[in-house]
Design a protein around this ligand. Structure first.
Ligand SMILES: [Zn+2]
Length: 160
């Protein structure tokens, strides 16, 4: 069976930056299962997958707009250093969980200047092109319920 609209597709995947560093892969999180043709996958990849079958591999390079979006300067904030009094060995490049009014965000410490710390809440791959390599593991027809919901159900249901 070839991948077409409303197919449920299972993929082995690897997400890399343009230097070839692996950021995410199915080796850690398990295969990626999605409903084809419903915008669940980055558009540049979804287009390439149409018509493919089990065992086929695809490698695509996606620009920032198709991957994690542009880098947003607004997401860089200067915070007084005393806010990090409890963090040991605060260093540039360190990743922290910052508590904001709308929940906890992963941030990166970009710069430490005297009494100011610049934190950055952009995704580490924001503004960057990425490479995605996938291999098709299985293809099946989506159920009526999956098609109605617009996503794949891995264990029979998604709870709604
Ligand atoms: Zn559902």
């Amino acid at each position: 069976m070839k991948i077409e609209k409303n197919s449920v597709v299972e993929l082995d995947y690897q997400l890399m930056d343009t230097d070839g560093k692996v950021w995410e892969s199915s080796k850690e999180g398990g295969p990626w299962v999605y409903l084809h043709g419903h915008g669940e996958v980055m558009p540049g990849l979804e287009g390439e997958l149409t018509g493919k079958a089990i065992g086929q591999k695809i490698r695509v390079e996606l620009g920032p707009e198709e991957a994690y979006g542009p880098y947003e300067d607004d997401l860089r904030t200067e915070v007084p250093r005393e806010a990090f009094a409890e963090v040991e060995n605060l260093t540039e490049g360190m990743r922290l969980a910052a508590e904001g009014s709308d929940g906890v965000h992963a941030v990166i410490v970009r710069e430490i200047r005297d009494d100011i710390v610049v934190i950055d809440a952009n995704h580490p791959l924001a503004g960057k092109a990425v490479k995605v390599e996938v291999k098709v593991l299985s293809v099946r027809k989506g159920t009526d319920e999956e098609i109605a919901h617009g996503h794949a159900h891995q264990d029979g249901s998604c709870g709604h």
